[in-house]
Design a protein around this ligand. Structure first.
Ligand code: HEC
Ligand code: HEC
Ligand code: HEC
Ligand code: HEC
Ligand code: HEC
Ligand code: HEC
Length: 373
């Protein structure tokens, strides 16, 4: 048991000499006898006035009292509930963990890689991980910052909650900071730096050098922030970055919280109960039909990309000269078309069907469709 072991450890005093402890023992016995004699002789008087109430403890972050004890979290029953939730999650399944034999993929797809980059601050690990393990408890949790929960709040021992230096941008000012524990998620659920966002340097044509062009694969954090798309001009104005209330809520408010009906907690499946804390009448994630609307817009954008010849009839990027796209055989497109495809992939990979940032996602889709007319 962690709690018992660690507490015993903390209360262990350095060993003293045998002589000294013998003396202490004798003094203790003597004191005890005196005390026993003294109390038995004194007649009990009336009870004194009740003392003043002690000061209230400070409240901890996230609803756990600041004076929280270790056993709030460190009991077998509590930990086993968390473990069984984790076991049904995609983090535990780790379908793409094996990719971590490449140093490009290891930071987000393996436990070992994530630990390395949280220390080095680099985008890749030094080498590939030969025997990578899945994301597990110790990937996201380390030991506590301190055990001073009264002062620091219960820190949940999260490995990092620092602002995230986004891989997609070379501009060092593009740092993402949700200001809460959801920063942890953004380290991995952000697009990789394989390609530049079209239009960023004001170019009019854009050269696609790989059939895999697009943001890879977790575009959730940037969309929540309201960035990462190609903001093509159009009829719909773009909401400001950091403007959507879902950004303030953060990943954890929707994807974690209390475990209920197979969702939330450490399953990381979004839970309808979490939505209801703000949208009390929500009956599904398709609130006000936003997911249905976004699905239709995504389909319309795909059709428009096919009719412009960016995609072939089966929805793949067209091959210039019939040959596979590469650095030597690039697909060169007007920036609006490359950008529209970038937006399409960004939103498909996000997989929230608009929920992460309804206003930004709809603006990107509608303006991209318009730009292809
Ligand atoms: C809010 C929940 C919470 C509270 C309260 C809490 N812990 Fe933890 N603790 C965790 C989590 C989460 C971890 C990391 C995952 C794990 O090892 O279970 C952890 C890890 C630890 C570890 C490292 C264990 C290891 O195997 O490396 C120690 C030691 C520890 N806690 C001791 C304490 C002590 C002592 C207290 C009380 C002063 C305490 N914890 C209170 C959640 C908590
Ligand atoms: C160390 C990197 C890393 C961190 C940190 C991380 N994730 Fe993930 N997450 C992944 C990877 C990789 C996958 C896909 C797993 C696979 O298929 O191998 C994933 C999968 C998921 C899924 C399931 C997607 C599906 O296919 O159903 C959700 C939801 C999710 N993460 C949410 C979160 C949230 C919320 C946080 C923060 C509390 C978080 N993740 C932190 C890397 C990470
Ligand atoms: C910045 C972090 C990050 C890096 C680096 C990264 N991935 Fe991923 N990858 C993710 C996340 C997060 C997911 C899960 C996204 C989701 O569920 O929406 C994912 C998902 C995947 C998937 C499943 C995709 C799907 O659509 O089912 C594959 C395959 C994959 N990654 C391969 C790779 C390869 C290969 C590399 C290295 C060349 C790599 N990843 C590098 C974060 C990363
Ligand atoms: C993908 C990252 C991630 C992984 C993997 C993970 N946790 Fe957590 N865990 C978190 C985050 C984030 C929180 C804080 C949630 C919040 O702020 O409400 C948390 C909170 C906790 C807490 C505090 C109590 C609670 O539920 O609110 C405990 C205990 C805990 N985790 C234990 C574990 C154990 C045990 C495992 C492995 C089975 C594990 N965690 C795996 C991210 C993770
Ligand atoms: C406002 C609530 C909300 C917030 C905030 C939020 N999500 Fe989501 N997320 C959802 C919903 C709803 C879905 C779509 C689930 C569905 O339709 O089945 C989703 C889908 C996903 C998916 C795809 C999962 C799947 O099963 O296909 C991943 C991965 C994900 N979110 C990660 C994140 C990360 C990482 C963050 C923070 C950067 C985040 N989400 C913030 C509600 C939210
Ligand atoms: C912390 C509070 C909070 C949580 C949690 C939350 N939302 Fe929201 N959401 C808002 C606010 C505020 C707005 C903007 C006002 C509005 O349109 O209702 C909004 C807007 C929306 C919109 C756009 C509505 C429209 O008509 O354009 C959708 C869709 C949505 N939320 C879905 C969800 C879903 C699904 C979940 C749970 C997975 C969720 N929200 C969780 C606060 C929240």
């Amino acid at each position: 048991m962690i709690e018992i072991m660690s507490l015993n450890h903390f209360f262990d005093k350095p060993k003293r000499s045998v002589m000294k402890s013998k003396n202490l023992f004798q003094i203790a016995i003597f004191a005890f006898v005196c005390l026993a004699l003294a109390t038995s002789c004194v007649k009990e008087g009336p009870m004194g006035l009740a003392g003043k109430d002690g000061e209230d403890g400070l409240d901890g972050k996230d609803g756990v009292d600041g004076n929280v004890t270790c056993i709030v979290c460190h009991t077998t029953a509590f930990k086993e509930a968390v473990i069984s939730q984790y076991n049904v999650s995609q983090h535990a399944a780790g379908a793409a963990t094996a990719r971590s034999t490449s140093n490009q993929c290891a930071p987000c797809h393996s436990h070992e890689g994530f630990l390395e980059v949280t220390v080095t601050g680099k985008d890749t690990t030094w080498a590939g991980v030969a025997h990578p393990s899945n994301i597990n408890c110790e990937t996201c949790h380390s030991s506590h910052k301190s055990f001073d929960f009264k002062k620091d709040g219960p820190d949940y021992a999260l490995r990092t909650t620092k602002a995230v230096d986004l891989m997609l941008y070379t501009d060092p000012t593009k740092v993402l900071d949700f200001g809460n524990n959801s920063n942890l998620c953004a380290n991995c659920h952000q697009p990789r730096n394989s390609y530049r966002v079209p239009g960023e340097s004001g170019e009019t044509t854009y050269s696609i050098t790989s059939s895999r062009f697009g943001p890879h694969h977790g575009t959730q954090a940037t969309l929540l922030e309201g960035i990462g798309g190609y903001n093509v001009a159009g009829a719909v104005s773009y909401p400001g970055t950091k403007s959507h209330p879902h950004r303030t809520a953060g990943c954890i408010s929707c994807h974690m919280g209390d475990y209920k009906d197979g969702a939330g907690g450490h399953t990381w499946k979004p839970s309808l109960a979490n939505c209801k804390s703000c949208h009390s009448s929500a009956g599904s994630f398709d609130l006000n039909g936003v997911q249905t609307e976004v699905e239709k817009l995504v389909a319309d954008l795909k059709t428009a990309l096919i009719s412009k010849g960016v995609l072939d009839a089966s929805g793949n990027l067209t091959k210039p000269g019939g040959k596979t796209i590469s650095a030597t055989n690039p697909l060169v497109l007007p920036v609006q078309q490359a950008g529209a495809y970038w937006n399409y992939m960004t939103i498909v990979e996000d997989r929230s069907e608009g929920v992460h940032n309804p206003a930004y996602i709809k603006a990107l889709l509608k303006n991209s469709i318009q730009a292809l007319q």
